[in-house]
Design a protein around this ligand. Structure first.
Ligand SMILES: *Cc1c(COP(=O)(O)O)cnc(C)c1O
Length: 400
């Protein structure tokens, strides 16, 4: 029993059933967890990843695995994509896409503030390989247009972006990228497919850190890339089989189990985040609150137009941030003082401006002023979890 068609199904049904197949040997209703690195074959199969096709049998788990394949099919359905590849982590997925699609002499336009790992990979590794990189504030499309060159092969957005929750206009950026024959890649980790389907807005590839909302329980790392079969097919051969950042089938299984409740969790994340954001907005020690679902967010209108759910990420500034961070480490009862995001548990972490500017973003001049203007000495990145909003608010009241 598998879904005959996904077109007439709602997102709750799809999150549970899409891609999953009962085990043909036992009839088990839950997806089977296939912890085998190799597969017994009954015909000669080429030993080259270059000869891999969608019809190839399972040969070796770095190429494909029955559990991982079910996760990939579920992700593809939720992202409205033809195909998907799962990776060992979000960074494995991001690095794979950049390395597979950019060569010496090519040019990349990328958000100037985003996930620090991605920022450092672009600025250090890609430039070392002879790829030109122009970081710009992609939340203003005029900056993206101005950065385009004849050799621009990729535009990379992260929306909402780490840590200031800037929103970038996906369909506008797609027009700009495509006019130059460049690919538009969107890291949609903060949004999840419940909020935004970037491919339907013109993006070519969508990246997720499955470690965050999609897995949702803080227990398994994974990453994914979704897109057309024409882009994903060759990526599997080069970026998965040869770079080797393959997900463990056990993690694929855990993430798939998490995904069954993704729509329900996202609804609760949004509801809790809005309550917490409104509390923070009225608190006299809080200087600034950034949440795409608040009318006060500078891009609330754009967020409304491309997000069906404002997700659970809040950034806020308070007086004496390092003192507050100390109190958080000592006194928080429910919220964990820890990095990462998108889990059922609420997490908070102070993103120090000097740290991010020095090691990751390296902003100068006007862009540095703009960052300091929004972030001051640092912002608290709060991933609002699924606990009772009243308990989260009480925890925050205690430390502010
Ligand atoms: C966490 C994260 C990544 C990296 O994912 P990992 O699974 O930690 O490797 C990339 N982009 C964004 C927006 C993230 O939040």
């Amino acid at each position: 029993m598998t879904l005959k068609t996904v077109k007439d199904k709602g997102v709750q049904t799809l999150s549970i059933h899409a891609g999953e197949k009962p085990d043909p040997a036992s009839g088990a209703s839950a997806p089977s967890l296939v912890m085998s690195s190799t597969f017994v074959v009954d015909e000669e199969v080429s030993f080259s990843a270059n000869n891999l096709t969608a019809e190839s049998p399972f040969v070796y788990t770095r190429w494909d695995n029955p559990t991982t394949q079910q996760l990939e099919q579920k992700l593809a359905v939720l992202e409205q994509a033809e195909a998907c590849i799962a990776f060992a982590s979000g960074m494995a997925a991001s690095a794979a896409v950049m390395l597979a699609h950019l060569s010496q002499g090519d040019h990349l336009v990328i958000s100037n503030t985003n996930y620090p790992g991605t920022a450092e990979f672009a600025r250090d590794t890609l430039t070392r390989l002879g790829i030109e990189v122009t970081p710009v504030d992609t939340s203003d499309l005029a900056n993206v247009s101005a950065a385009m060159r004849n050799n621009t092969r990729m535009v990379w957005l992260e929306t909402p972006s780490n840590p200031l929750l800037r929103i970038s206009d996906i369909s506008g950026a797609a027009d700009i990228a495509h006019a130059q024959n460049a690919l538009l890649v969107v890291d949609s980790t903060f949004a999840s497919p419940i909020a935004t389907r970037p491919l339907s807005l013109g993006a070519d590839l969508v990246i997720h850190s499955l470690t965050k909302y999609i897995g949702g329980h803080g227990d398994a790392m994974g990453g994914s890339v979704c897109g057309s079969q024409a882009l994903i097919g060759p990526l599997r051969g080069e970026a998965l089989v040869h770079y080797g950042g393959v997900i463990s089938p056990f993690n694929a299984w855990l993430i798939m189990r998490g995904m069954a409740t993704l729509p329900l969790r996202m609804r609760c994340h949004q509801e809790n985040a809005l309550a917490v954001a409104r509390f923070l907005e009225t608190h006299d020690k809080v200087e600034k609150v950034l949440y795409p679902g608040l009318e006060s967010h500078p891009q609330h209108a754009l967020a409304k137009s491309q997000m069906d759910n404002f997700s659970g990420m809040i950034s806020f500034r308070s007086a004496n941030a390092t003192g507050v961070a100390e109190r958080m480490m000592q006194k928080l009862e429910v919220i964990h003082y820890a990095v990462s995001l998108g889990h059922h548990r609420s997490l908070v972490y102070l993103m120090q401006t000097t740290d991010l500017i020095g090691s990751s973003y390296r902003l100068e001049g006007e862009e540095l002023e703009k960052y300091r203007d929004a972030a001051g000495e640092g912002v608290f990145r709060l991933s609002v979890g699924l606990e009772d909003a009243s308990d989260l608010i009480r925890d925050l009241e205690m430390v502010l």
